[in-house]
Design a protein around this ligand. Sequence first.
Ligand SMILES: Nc1ncnc2c1ncn2[C@@H]1O[C@H](COP(=O)(O)OP(=O)(O)O)[C@@H](O)[C@H]1O
Ligand SMILES: [Mg+2]
Length: 317
Amino acid sequence: MNARGAARVAVIGGGQNCEHDVSLASASAVADALETAGYAVVRLTIERDGGWRHGAGGCPADLADAVHVLRTCDVAVPVLHGPRGEDGALAALCELAGVPYVGSGVLAGALAMDKWATKLVAADLGIATAPGVLLTPSTAPGYRWTRPVVVKPVAAGSSQGVTLVESPGELPQALDGAFALDRRVLVEDVVAGREVDVAVLGRPDGSRTVAPALEIVVDGLFDFATKYGGAADFRIPAELADTERKELEDAAVAMFDALGCAGVARVDFFLTAAGPVLNEVNTMPGFTEQSQVPKMFAAAGVSYADLLDLLVRDVIG
Ligand SMILES: Nc1ncnc2c1ncn2[C@@H]1O[C@H](COP(=O)(O)OP(=O)(O)O)[C@@H](O)[C@H]1O
Ligand SMILES: [Mg+2]
């Protein structure tokens, strides 16, 4: 607490991966909203090279300084997407530093970041995912293209390194792009279906709230340019039959619980003629006010500021 009794909240953004800028946008929106709500906000940024910056002016700091600052805070809000952030790395740092934090813990972050591990968990729950094979640099040369596929890094985000491969000639470049971001690459069958995202909020009392689902209307892949170019067409609530909505919500909550998520997670599906097919789980989804999760909760009557306040209060009690 500071002198006026406001809780000190560390908002961490940036990160050492291809989603650095996306995270900065989320973190600055989160920090601004929490500051407006009366919290004493401490802004921490992880640079692309792993260095830290502290405060609105961005004073350079190292990891030891950052841990020291974190320890002066009542709670941390890690707003990092992607590897070395959303994958449990930042949760681990908070755990070791003894700082309570918003969102998923080490294991949930790591499992959800790994699209292959996510498939294995989903399969055990009877939740469909796109059939796929896992390639490494040594097995990739033996892969033979027989039909259109989606090539993607096992752990990345913002559609970076994700390519639809419709002819064998396009494969080498797609593999290069995915291997540039991860040592493991998934080659998945193309799923034909509507893209529907479901946000799950887990409260400390064990209750689960599912916000109205969001449909992303896209022509082709929901790629980086569409995600951040302002052209994304979000429909909230997604137009769903009751049975479809229930299947999606049940699958989203089952994944949230099986992975052991906390706080809020966005569970992304393709809704096909045969029912929901899980695409991925994001334990730290995009968090500007215009991002999917805040928009879904706004549709449920929970404002951006109230959603953040609730996430913080659920941790500091
Ligand atoms: N198997 C698939 N079939 C059809 N489209 C896919 C498939 N996998 C991914 N996509 C498309 O590519 C986009 C990005 O892929 P995704 O796996 O969600 O990566 P990211 O973690 O970067 O968001 C999805 O939103 C979807 O539009
Ligand atoms: Mg995605």
